[in-house]
Design a protein around this ligand. Structure first.
Ligand code: PEP
Length: 311
């Protein structure tokens, strides 16, 4: 029997083919969506042409992007082994790759990585450094050669208690200091079940948009909280529909150009087996990977899923 999401997805395709209307999503439509005057067909015109990058079915311009978030894991020895495995792996061209070690090990990783992989931090302070015990400033990250930072990760939002507003301010400050930002958004399970997925993501996006002056150096990571570290990966269709909605939100609330350019990556239980099917989705421009990024060979497989996008 067809699942409700398949039925809804078919309804969505039928609707798109037959008339220019607001997009239908898998039971996740936000309450105010009926008032939408912006059609999915309009959005497709904005983001076309789709194959100009020599890559099929990738909406964000620029390279496929894969990040490895090592979280609070590792020792000097285990990180030396992981870096050795990454250095030994064969990585496809056409992928921008970052790894985010714990702060303590950033210099070790930077000094020992020979693979074409950049370094990211997992967090940064909201402003200039000073009397902020335990924090690391954007200036300090730049000083040690770290060019990226992950902000708004669900573990910071829901375990540490960082708000949308605070996260937006952090992003603005990091960008001002010339760090590039992986801006995470995503709904909790109860929010998805209550039909609030889009509203939650849009509120989190708005908090970034309220503070940042440009999205040029931002990669958006859609990470449903229920999929992070649980082994319950979103289906390619579930991920694609939220990615498409995020791109539409960007077109309407930031600019069509920013919507076309921004890379939107998926995170939540991505592994070497499920990455290729996810990568085939047109609005999935890469991945943010937790657990599987701690295994060099598997992380390389995920980076190499860019081949699923190639003609
Ligand atoms: C993450 O924490 O960003 C993440 C995606 O974790 P995992 O891949 O382990 O679900």
């Amino acid at each position: 029997m067809a699942s409700p999401s398949h039925v809804a997805a078919s309804a969505k395709s039928a609707s798109i083919q037959s008339r220019p209307a607001c997009p239908l999503f898998n039971g996740l439509r936000r309450s105010s969506f009926e008032q939408c005057t912006f059609s999915f067909a309009d959005l497709q015109k904005i983001v076309a042409p789709r194959s100009s990058k020599g890559v099929v079915s990738m909406e964000g311009t620029g390279k496929f992007f894969v990040g490895g978030n090592w979280k609070c894991n590792g020792t000097k020895d285990s990180i030396a082994k992981l870096v050795g495995d990454l250095n030994a792996s064969k990585l496809e061209d056409g992928v921008e790759i970052i790894v985010a070690p714990p702060f303590l090990y950033i210099s070790q990783v930077k000094d020992s990585l020979t693979a074409p992989i950049q370094i990211s931090a997992q967090n940064s302070w909201v402003g200039k450094g000073g009397a902020f015990t335990g924090e690391i400033s954007a200036e300090q990250l730049k000083d040690i050669g770290c060019n990226w930072v992950i902000l708004g990760h669900s573990e910071r939002r829901h375990i540490i208690g960082e708000t949308n507003e605070f996260t937006g301010k952090k992003a603005a400050y990091a960008l001002e200091q010339n760090l590039k930002v992986i801006a995470c958004v995503g709904e909790k399970l109860e929010e998805r079940e209550a039909g609030k997925t889009f509203d939650v993501c849009y509120e989190q996006l708005k908090a970034f948009a309220d503070e940042v002056s440009s999205w040029d150096n931002i990669v958006i990571a859609y990470e449903p909280v229920w999929a992070i570290g649980t082994g319950k990966v979103a289906t390619p269709q579930q991920a694609q529909e939220v990615h498409a909605a995020i791109r539409e939100w960007m077109a309407k609330n930031v600019s069509p150009e920013a919507a076309k350019k921004v890379r939107i990556i998926y995170g939540g239980s991505v592994n070497g087996k499920n990455c290729a099917e996810l990568a085939k989705q047109e609005d999935i421009d890469g991945f943010l990977v937790g657990g599987a990024s701690l295994k060099g060979a598997e992380f390389a497989t995920i980076c190499n899923s860019v081949t699923a996008k190639k003609p």
